[in-house]
Structures are given as structure tokens and as C-alpha cells.
Write a protein that binds this ligand. Structure first.
Ligand code: COA
Length: 261
């Protein structure tokens, strides 16, 4: 984390279950939550990524439980959630960060290529929310879905992710209405271009970086810590009346038009 913006105990007593929590933006969220008092369970397909993040969190005195699962597989998600509850006793916060992405023109994208991203991002988000429902209801918990701004306008070579993230935003809004009555808040974050991430590597070739930067009103790429701060705020009691919102954290980028190609 960058500057200490929030009190170190802002999430004390909470247990968070973070998908895609081994690396990148959601890895940062897991680390930030642990640094602010939460016990954190991280899950993704690759155990080696999880082990590295667990070591990082524990080296700073945090508590972390690593459990591998593929969010496309409902039974595996249920098992990961059950293992987390067995380990930490409960779950208060779910962060859906597991995502797939690559650049591909619509006319070159196979049906399976489209489907695999929708399966990870959209179905994966539903699977985790659904499987965690009883825990979240019991604990008046909350959900944070990681989205994108790609679908606000049209983003060439990203039809699959645009469709998938539009679905994620629909899940955020629907569940905020359906589950608000149980005391569960459901919000999202739509990050812009965040440096030092797999997404940036996959989606922003070196030759378009300058062009992209010139379209960001704040005149810098986002940092993982920018997303960590937004996540800490939304998952803290400071946001207790915020429900059904997807907070854009992009320096104003999407308002300038997203097409680079
Ligand atoms: N361009 C076009 N199509 C692609 C592609 C690419 N770069 N990468 C994968 N696909 C297609 C495959 O061709 C396949 O379709 P087909 O069966 O018609 O050939 C389909 O997507 C599934 O690919 P596969 O490699 O079997 O899927 P996977 O489940 O192993 O991988 C991905 C999932 C494709 C999303 C992979 O990119 C991934 O694992 N990403 C995780 C990390 C990530 O994307 N992070 C960034 C987050 S912003």
C-alpha cells in the first residue's frame, strides 16, 4: 500500500474471500485488506500464485488462507468457501476479481473464446455470490465485484470482456436489490488502466501506451493502490449506505473515449 489513508483496524474482525487473489489488482486488495485487520482467504486456479501472495501477507503479520479453485466450477467454489469457513469460522466479505482477457477482433473470436471469458467473469461472479450467500446473510456481509469501463462505450477487440463485464454490473445491481433486505451490500469497482498488472500487459501493447496516457485526464496510469483504497472504502462501515454502485476508478479515462485501435 502507498500512503496510510485508512485506520489500520478498519476491517478488524472481518473475513474476506477474494477470487483472483494471488496476483494483480485483486492480489493487492487481499494484501490491503490483511493490512487493515481482515483475515483473508485467496483463491485462483494457480496454487503457486496463491502461495506467493500468502507468504507476502504473512510476512507483514497478516493472516491468509490459500485454496485453489476455478470459479467456473460451482462445486469447486462451494468447496473453497466451505474450506474457508472451516479455517476462519465465517465469511463477511466476498471480492470477485477472477477474470480472463485477451485482445481479439470480433470476426476472429471463436464462440468458445467469447464463452470462456463470460464463464470466468460473469458466471464465475454469480457462482461465488450464490455459494457465499448463506454466509453473507448470516454475517450481514458484502460483495465487491471487479468490473471495467469497456462496455460504457464500445471497445474494439474486447467484445467478449465488454459483454462479460456488462453482465457483472447487472449482477451487482440485481443482487444489491434482492439481497439488501438481508443486510448484504453489493458494490463494484471499474478500474481504468492500472500499471503493473496482467491486464495492462495483455491489453495495452507498448506502442499504444503513450496514446492511452494522453487520454487520461489525471495524466498518469492507475496504481494498484488506487484500487485498494477504493475497495477499503467500499468494504468499510464508511460506505454502509452505499449499495448497488460500481465506482469508476480510472482518472476520468472512459469519458474521453476508449478506442485505441
Ligand atoms: N485470442 C483469441 N482467442 C483466444 C485467445 C486469444 N489470445 N486466448 C484464448 N482464446 C480462445 C481459445 O482459442 C479457445 O477457443 P477455441 O476452443 O475455439 O480455440 C478459448 O479461448 C478457450 O481457450 P483456453 O486456452 O482453452 O482457455 P483457458 O480457460 O485455459 O484460458 C483465458 C482462459 C483464455 C481467458 C486465458 O487468457 C487466461 O487464463 N487468462 C487468465 C489471466 C487473465 O486473463 N488475466 C487478465 C485479467 S484482465
Amino acid at each position: 500500500m502507498g500512503n496510510a489513508v485508512f485506520a489500520k483496524d478498519i476491517l478488524a474482525g472481518k473475513v474476506a474471500f477474494v477470487t483472483g487473489g494471488g496476483t494483480g489488482i485483486t492480489g493487492g486488495i487481499a494484501r490491503a485488506f490483511a493490512e487493515h485487520g481482515a483475515k483473508v482467504a485467496i483463491t485462483s486456479r494457480k496454487m503457486e500464485n496463491l502461495v506467493a501472495m500468502k507468504e507476502q501477507i504473512e510476512s507483514k503479520g497478516g493472516e491468509c488462507f490459500a485454496v485453489s479453485s476455478d470459479v467456473r466450477d460451482y462445486a469447486a467454489v462451494e468447496a473453497a468457501i466451505a474450506a474457508t469457513v472451516e479455517h476462519f469460522g465465517k465469511i463477511d466479505i466476498v471480492v470477485n476479481g477472477a477474470a480472463g482477457n485477451f485482445l481479439c477482433r470480433a470476426e476472429e473470436l471463436s464462440a468458445n473464446g467469447f464463452g470462456v471469458v463470460v464463464d470466468i467473469d460473469t458466471k464465475g461472479t454469480f457462482n461465488v455470490c450464490r455459494a457465499a450467500f448463506e454466509e453473507l446473510r448470516k454475517n450481514q456481509g458484502q460483495i465487491l465485484n471487479i468490473s471495467a469501463t469497456l462496455h460504457y462505450l464500445a471497445t474494439p477487440m474486447q467484445i467478449h470482456v465488454s459483454a462479460a463485464k456488462a453482465g457483472v454490473d447487472a449482477i451487482t445491481r440485481n443482487l444489491s436489490v434482492e439481497w439488501g433486505r438481508y443486510g448484504i451490500r453489493v458494490n463494484g469497482i471499474a478500474p481504468g488502466p492500472i500499471e503493473d498488472t496482467e491486464g495492462m500487459k495483455r491489453l495495452v501493447p507498448e506502442e499504444v501506451k503513450e496514446k492511452l496516457l494522453s487520454r487520461i485526464p489525471i495524466q498518469r496510469f492507475g496504481r494498484i493502490s488506487d484500487i485498494e483504497n477504493a475497495a477499503l472504502f467500499l468494504c468499510s462501515d464508511a460506505a454502509s449506505y452505499i449499495n448497488g454502485v460500481t465506482l469508476v476508478v480510472d482518472g476520468g479515462h472512459w469519458l474521453t473515449g476508449t478506442s485505441l485501435f
